[in-house]
Ligand binder design. Structure first.
Ligand code: ZN
Ligand code: ZN
Length: 667
């Protein structure tokens, strides 16, 4: 069974129509495909996240119904409580959905998804599915459609294909298959409405919002005795009643409809469609080979649609609505020469079966897909609900209760550490760590020491913060794929005074975005909490070892800071701060890693799921938290030893094999 995920968005016209029609077509073309349509913009991240988690928990028990199950859950995400903030959240949500649903092919009918997929899968080099973009614009194609790569771009017509090609998309990736209109248009025996000499001229007049004052135009159209008028008013019941009243005398020549889902049939039974240049409507009119007179254009998104009608000679654009009756007169004058011209061009450019052709292309892509088995050596981690207890229940008798090996205080060469961020990932990953947080120094520039350390280049510069967060973001994805290790973004805020009692170091753990360096401690803590990060006091007590400079401000002002902080370092590298335990403060233990030998130091063990939210909850509650002195080899916790990264395992096997060959050769 092939799985196709269609991503869409309810902005403007056309995206949702394309998505729905493709789903219908895929289901018509194949019995061996599961298709779902998803609008991530409609779902709040929080709700979506919970639903993905719930659906994932469902995987274990109800694997066969997973695919449908997830989407029936997602369908019920309320539009009303949507409140997405930013593409980062959307990207995370998309990543979650993809990991859990593992589609063979992802189809996008909205341009915002391609850049997210590009980021999530490192420019597609590690993408385990095929990605097809359906460009719903014509001619005036927004660059967002093609700035990020796709395995295939489907466009509605040749002029649009040319636009994409000129923008640098390789020709072999562009498929001018037509716009995916409803497969109804391709049903056998469907013919466009023929025109008889001196017979009735059937006009379909679609009224949109803001174009209600059309009474006079309709009157003028009806002055022509041949004209038969079908008017659709959409969901405006009042307007419908008003027009029915107005044209009561024209019984037989005028039909007023409200909202209808019969547009394809109406277009096929009329000679001209009069309406606005909406993406879906224009493409359906083309599929129905129904010439169009456009009386309204939303500048920008609809400009290309109108150009298409003009450029290919499929109808005309009226600059003003009151010009419409004149255009109709011209079209049907002289034995309807102009109208026949339009119809001939439509027969040439129409692709009523586009959705079916595109469905075939998508199914072909599915066969070529790389597959998730290679991509995900281990199944997606079951993510706990925030309300669930921190300790997971034991699934079966053989599974040991596992602890996560964590280090939340690590410096890279963005400040005074010796390793780069990627080097840190490749250092901690193979050692079986479950979660690390990189926390480079950010000095407060208002303080003397801050000024000095800034000069020495041993702290993060504020101008580097954006890059720092980007690098961490990239490495987070790689670390998860390669080692199943969580990498959190963090900062160690250095608020150094001239004395130990006026100095404080504060860790921000799992930060989503930078925070200004020149803030007071309570404000810094508040901002950390506002973005869901933890605020932890680093080395809050007196160092016994020689290396550190004491930072006692937070300890000295415990009354103020204990209620604000999420935890205190009870151990930092080789030092243990017994008073943190005596005061029963929530605790964690960290390396304060600057160079490889610092790995042999105190670490935190957490009994919770491997998920940033679960980890933070576990630390805040400070239940099931313990510390361990890290030593290489036999002292690793069970869970960490089980989970050898695939790459390292492969390497070991190859070395064994090579050794075997040497033995066989008698070396
Ligand atoms: Zn420090
Ligand atoms: Zn540090």
């Amino acid at each position: 069974m092939k799985k196709v995920l269609i991503l869409t968005a309810g902005f403007g016209e056309g995206h949702n129509a394309a998505a729905r029609n493709l789903r219908d077509a895929l289901e018509l073309v194949s019995d061996d495909v599961q298709v779902e349509v998803l609008d991530l913009f409609e779902s709040t991240y929080g709700r979506l996240n919970t639903l993905v988690k719930q659906a994932h928990l469902g995987v274990v028990r109800y694997a066969p119904t997973l695919w449908r199950g997830i989407f029936s859950l997602l369908d019920h995400v309320s539009v009303a409580d949507s409140g997405l903030t930013g593409l980062t959240r959307l990207r995370t949500a998309l990543g979650d959905v993809l990991r859990v649903t593992q589609p063979d092919c992802v189809v996008s009918t909205y341009p915002a998804y391609a850049p997210l997929i590009k980021e999530l899968f490192r420019d597609h080099s590690e993408k385990p599915f095929r990605f097809v973009t359906i460009v719903t614009d014509s001619i005036s194609v927004n660059a967002a459609w093609h700035r990020a790569p796709s395995d295939a771009f489907v466009v509605a017509n040749r002029p649009t294909a040319t636009v994409l090609h000129h923008a640098g998309v390789p020709a072999e990736r562009i498929h001018p298959l037509g716009f995916p209109v409803s497969p109804q248009f391709a049903a056998p025996g469907i013919m466009p409405c023929p025109l008889e000499n001196d017979g009735p001229v059937k006009l379909l007049y679609v009224i949109n919002h803001g174009k209600k004052k059309c009474g006079k135009v309709l009157d003028r159209l009806l002055e022509n005795e041949r004209v038969h008028l079908t008017i659709t008013t959409g969901r405006d019941a009042e307007l419908k009643a008003e027009l029915q009243d107005r044209f009561r005398a024209f019984d037989g020549r005028v039909q007023v409809l409200g909202w209808t889902n019969q547009m394809p049939a109406l277009m096929l039974s009329h000679h001209v469609l009069i309406g606005k240049a909406g993406g879906a409507v224009v493409q359906e009119a083309i599929a129905a080979r129904c010439p169009m007179i456009i009386n309204q254009i939303i500048p920008g998104q609809e400009t290309g649609n109108a150009q298409l009608i003009q450029q290919l000679g499929l109808g005309l654009v009226a600059d003003r609505n009151r010009e419409v009756p004149g255009i109709v007169e011209d079209a049907f004058a002289k034995k309807a020469r102009l109208w026949h011209e339009w119809r001939a061009n439509l027969l040439k450019h129409s692709h009523p079966d586009a959705a079916l052709r595109i469905a075939e292309l998508i199914l072909k892509q599915c066969v070529d897909a790389g597959g998730w088995s290679k991509f995900a050596p281990q199944p997606v981690q079951a993510l706990p609900d925030a309300s669930a207890p921190a300790v997971p229940t034991i699934v079966d008798g053989t599974a040991a209760r596992r602890s996560l090996l964590c280090d939340f205080h690590i410096h890279s060469n963005y400040s005074d550490g010796s390793l780069t961020v990627p080097e840190l990932v490749d250092f901690y990953g193979p050692r079986g760590f479950d979660c690390i947080c990189i926390t480079d120094h950010l000095a407060d520039p208002r303080r003397v020491i801050g000024k000095l350390s800034k000069l020495s280049n041993l702290v993060l510069a504020e101008s580097q913060l954006e890059e720092y967060f980007e690098v961490l973001d990239r490495e987070r994805r790689r670390a998860w794929r390669k080692y199943g290790m969580l990498v959190l973004s963090g900062i160690e805020f250095n608020k150094d005074g001239l004395t130990k009692k006026s100095s404080a170091h504060l860790l921000g753990i799992d930060m989503q975005m930078p925070i200004a360096s020149a803030l007071d401690l309570p404000e810094t803590i508040a901002q950390l909490h506002a973005q869901g990060a933890l605020a932890v006091a680093s080395h809050p007590h007196v160092f016994k070892s020689e290396w550190g400079k004491n930072t006692l401000y937070l300890w000295e002002n415990q009354d103020e800071f204990a209620p604000l902080l999420d935890a205190w370092e009870i151990a930092n590298r080789n030092d243990i701060f017994a008073p943190v335990g005596l005061k029963r403060l929530p605790f964690i233990a960290n390396s304060d890693f600057h160079k490889p030998k610092h790995i042999y130091s105190w670490k935190t063990l957490l009994q919770c799921e491997k998920d940033p939210e679960a980890i933070k909850t576990c630390i805040r509650r400070n239940e099931h938290v313990s510390i361990t002195l890290y030593r290489e080899g036999g002292l690793l916790p069970m869970a960490s030893r089980e989970k050898r990264p695939a790459a390292e395992f492969k390497l070991a096997r190859e070395t064994d094999l090579a050794a075997g060959r040497l033995l066989a050769a008698g070396a």
